[in-house]
Design a protein around this ligand. Structure first.
Ligand SMILES: Cc1cc2nc3c(=O)[nH]c(=O)nc-3n(C[C@H](O)[C@H](O)[C@H](O)COP(=O)(O)OP(=O)(O)OC[C@H]3O[C@@H](n4cnc5c(N)ncnc54)[C@H](O)[C@@H]3O)c2cc1C
Length: 377
């Protein structure tokens, strides 16, 4: 008899797994999403490095309208006065088929939902109760429907609610005393950057990342500001005080509609305590955005689990956890280091950092080790 899988949460992780299952296996599966629809409004931009693009191409990502994505040539690093520090070429990681890609989150979700929307996705579903029955898991939902399945894949994001039904140990995300602000810019501005590339601008206790998200070269701007409190009503004055006072030319970046949210990350990497339950994406571990790997790791975790399920490997739970936690630690360490390095406030420390960045980004052994280990998985 076919095994039945319930996936909880239709974000990037859950949708990727659903696509892999649909294309390449004969599992029965259903995706349960708590919201009433998938948000397809102009979301923030995301960067997908080659490790995740190579997986997406297995489910025909090449078919996405090429006008709606962009392949940046590389990174340029600047100080907040717009002085270039160094650059990084992305060509060494790109192949003809798998290229570093930037796009809007909604473009990715639109693509991922296509194949599974009608048959494999149920909206307005929130777990109310779980129990074990005849070696299976019985899921009961808020709307009094239920499903009896062999495997549950929890993909409901950083504040995973489903986790609390299966785990005694808490792993509540911690506020990182930093705030993310984002906007899309379609007009001109005074800051001098190359619009074909990803620009990373480092200031005191803040950094900005600017990159094109489509062939029109509309620019996604994300600014991370260190601050002890998150007060959404005071965001404009926070930007004024902590970013624009370092360079007023950045004002144009924040003229339009801006969105903000507090940054959280998961304190620990914990295994599943139930052999029929798996965690993927941010529900497994949530990274700081400073290596731009959140979505990429969500895609990777779905692929790792898919391969183990497809091959019907023995001791899947243990193998999945070992593989995923090893990978998550590599990404976590680099994301945390970047978080520290991008925000240095002391002038001498900044000059030292700039010197080392300039030196190291020219060294192949460093690039292969620091980024190659992430991008060439
Ligand atoms: C500022 C910022 C910039 C970022 N930039 C990048 C980037 O450039 N590149 C990158 O790779 N990543 C980036 N990320 C991270 C990335 O967006 C996330 O890591 C990724 O979206 C996580 O995917 P997910 O599917 O695990 O979770 P989510 O996208 O959070 O999806 C979870 C889904 O589960 C649903 N859900 C929640 N609770 C329940 C429930 N109880 N029952 C059923 N459904 C439920 C939710 O409605 C949602 O649809 C960034 C993040 C931030 C904050």
């Amino acid at each position: 008899m076919k095994k039945k899988i319930a996936i909880i949460g239709a974000g990037i992780a859950g949708l990727t797994l659903a696509n892999l299952l649909k294309k390449n296996s004969d599992f029965e599966f259903m995706l349960y999403e708590k919201k009433e629809n998938l948000s397809l409004e102009e979301g923030y931009g995301i960067q997908l490095s080659t490790n995740s693009i190579s997986i997406l191409n297995k489910i025909d990502f090449q078919r996405v309208n090429q006008d709606h994505i962009y392949h940046p040539k590389g990174f340029d690093f600047y100080n907040i006065e717009n002085k270039k520090i160094c650059n990084l070429d992305l060509d060494e990681f790109n192949t003809d088929k798998n290229k570093y890609t930037t796009l809007q989150r909604s473009t990715l979700i639109e693509f991922l939902k296509d194949e599974i929307y009608s048959q494999h996705l149920r909206f307005g579903k929130k777990i109310k109760e779980v129990s074990e029955l005849k070696n299976k898991v019985l899921l009961k939902f808020d709307d009094n429907t239920n499903d009896l399945v062999d495997i549950v894949v929890v993909a409901d994001g950083i504040f995973s609610n489903a986790r609390s039904f299966f785990e005694k140990k808490k792993n509540e995300p911690k506020f990182k005393k930093a705030i993310a602000v984002r906007t899309i810019l379609k007009s001109e501005f005074e800051f001098n950057i190359d619009k074909d590339k990803i620009s990373l601008i480092m200031g005191k206790n803040c950094h900005l990342v600017v990159y094109p998200i489509n062939k029109n070269k509309d620019l996604n701007i994300v600014c991370i500001i260190r601050n002890n409190k998150y007060e959404p009503e005071n965001i404009k004055s926070l930007i004024e005080k902590k970013v624009l006072n370092q360079n007023s030319k950045l004002k144009k970046f924040f003229n339009k509609d801006i969105k903000s949210w507090p940054l959280y990350s998961t304190p620990r990497i914990l295994p599943s305590s139930n052999s029929k339950v798996f965690y993927i994406g941010d529900a497994f571990y949530s990274f700081l955005p400073t290596l731009a790997q959140g979505a990429g790791q969500s895609i990777e975790s779905a692929y790792e689990l898919f391969n183990l399920l497809k091959d019907d490997s023995s001791n899947i739970n243990n193998t999945y956890f070992l593989q995923r936690s090893k990978r998550a630690k590599i990404v976590r360490n680099r994301s945390n280091l970047n978080f520290f390095v991008f925000h240095l406030s002391n002038n001498f420390m900044q000059l030292t950092r700039n010197f080392f960045m300039n030196f190291l980004l020219k060294k192949k052994f460093f690039i292969d080790n620091y980024l190659g280990k992430v991008y060439k998985n």
